[in-house]
Design a protein around this ligand. Structure first.
Ligand code: TYM
Length: 374
């Protein structure tokens, strides 16, 4: 039987049923108990936790228990630099920045220029390297702590990374990689080795410090297959199993199916490089609407915010719960029209992106402080 949806590190298709996905992947839903435990240490909760945008995990309960016993942990996340950064990428990074501040911990950030060179037939090494540096500015612009944030550009940190990756690779068979990632005989052999490279930073904090430090990975759930490999080999190599916290996908502008992704086409995606006019045009023209066909009907019956992409995006971007609820209620009652809802999103995005562009400019001078060298 055909699956209703597909989630792999390279594609997301169909409307994702996150409960089913948790079952398929064997991860756990973040319980209210666990959320309360986090709140005990952080004071306030980030809206992405409150709203269950971050909804699933692996061993976060164990990590929190160890934290309460005084054990340190480190954050690890990353980006495949195949083009400009889009709003979807920023979702886990915004949350990661909150975790860094709330727990005052280091972040290791992997830029996989090698992965994108291997898996994208048209991209050259020069291009993926160029995007690594450009995307790094988006990360820095979010305000990460330069003393505690270490950006790894794979091909430039290869001495250290390669030595960890071969340890991982020795413990993973081709049939295992095929089963987890769906590789075939046509997949290039670089990709067969690649999961070992993405697993390597899971162990980097332990290797660099000489202590056993568990990593916590905040990312969308598409990256989880990598952590299955990393967690399988961890005890064999004498490291703690990496923990993960997963978010849902910021949907494509054009509809609730799949995730926002560059490969879904320009009209489905807002890039951090889009100017005000482009943002406005894309939202007004393409953002899937939950409104009624006529003004009269909309006023009478109201819209459906649950399928309306502008509302769904505001859930990811507007941290004020009261404001968000009012938008939801007003749209549902017909008081707020689709064009007005779209305008709220346009303003939210353009305000954010204006400041983001300025911070990105300043980040150029800071770049050196963030890049990890070996
Ligand atoms: P990449 O570049 O595909 O994605 C970077 C990060 O963005 C998340 N993401 C999204 N989150 C919410 N909504 C979306 N529409 C959306 N699209 C992408 C991804 O889950 C990811 O967290 N192979 C990786 C690079 C990588 C990595 C890592 C990612 C290396 N090490 C550790 C996460 C954690 C990649 O190509 O990511």
């Amino acid at each position: 039987m055909a699956k209703d949806f597909i989630v792999t590190p390279w594609e997301v298709k169909g409307e994702v049923d996150y409960d089913k996905l948790v079952e398929q992947f064997g991860t756990s839903i973040i319980s209210d108990d666990l959320i309360n435990k986090i709140k005990k240490h952080t004071g306030k909760l980030h809206y992405m936790l409150r709203r269950k945008i971050f909804f699933s995990h692996r061993d976060l309960d164990i990590l929190m228990k160890e934290y309460e016993q005084g054990k340190k942990f480190a954050l690890y996340t990353g980006r495949g630099p195949s083009g400009h950064t889009h709003m979807g990428h920023l979702i886990p990074w915004i949350f990661t920045k909150w975790l860094q501040d709330a727990f005052d911990i280091p972040l290791y950030f992997q830029m996989t220029d090698d992965e994108k060179f291997l898996c994208k037939p048209k991209l050259t090494q020069e291009e993926t390297k160029k995007f690594s540096y450009e995307n790094a500015l988006d990360l820095i612009a979010l305000g990460f702590n330069p003393k505690k944030t270490f950006i790894i550009i794979d091909t430039e940190y290869s001495k250290t990374l390669y030595n960890i990756a071969i340890q991982v690779a020795k413990k993973v068979t081709a049939s295992n990689a095929k089963a987890v990632f769906g590789f075939t005989n046509e997949t290039n052999i670089g990709m067969y080795f690649w999961p070992a490279v993405q697993a390597a930073p899971c162990f980097l904090p332990s290797i660099l410090s000489g202590e056993k430090i568990r990593t916590l990975i905040p990312a969308a759930i598409d990256q989880d297959p990598y952590w299955r490999i990393a967690r399988d080999v961890a005890p064999k190599l004498g490291y703690p199993k990496t923990a993960a916290i997963h978010c849902t996908f910021l949907p494509a502008l054009t509809g609730p199916k799949g995730k926002m992704s560059t490969s879904e086409g320009m009209q489905s995606t807002i890039f951090t490089t889009d100017d005000e006019k482009t943002v406005r045009n894309k939202i007004m023209k393409y953002a899937f609407s939950g409104g009624k066909d006529t003004l009269k009907e909309h006023r009478k019956h109201g819209g459906n915010p649950d399928i309306d992409i502008s509302y769904r995006w505001l859930r990811f971007l507007e941290d004020n719960d009261k404001k968000l609820k009012k938008i939801y209620d007003d749209y549902k009652s017909g008081k707020l029209l689709s064009g007005e809802l779209k305008q709220i999103l346009v303003d939210k995005l353009n305000n954010f992106l204006k400041k983001h562009r300025e911070k990105k400019e300043k980040a150029k001078k800071q770049l050196d402080k963030f890049i990890l060298k070996d």
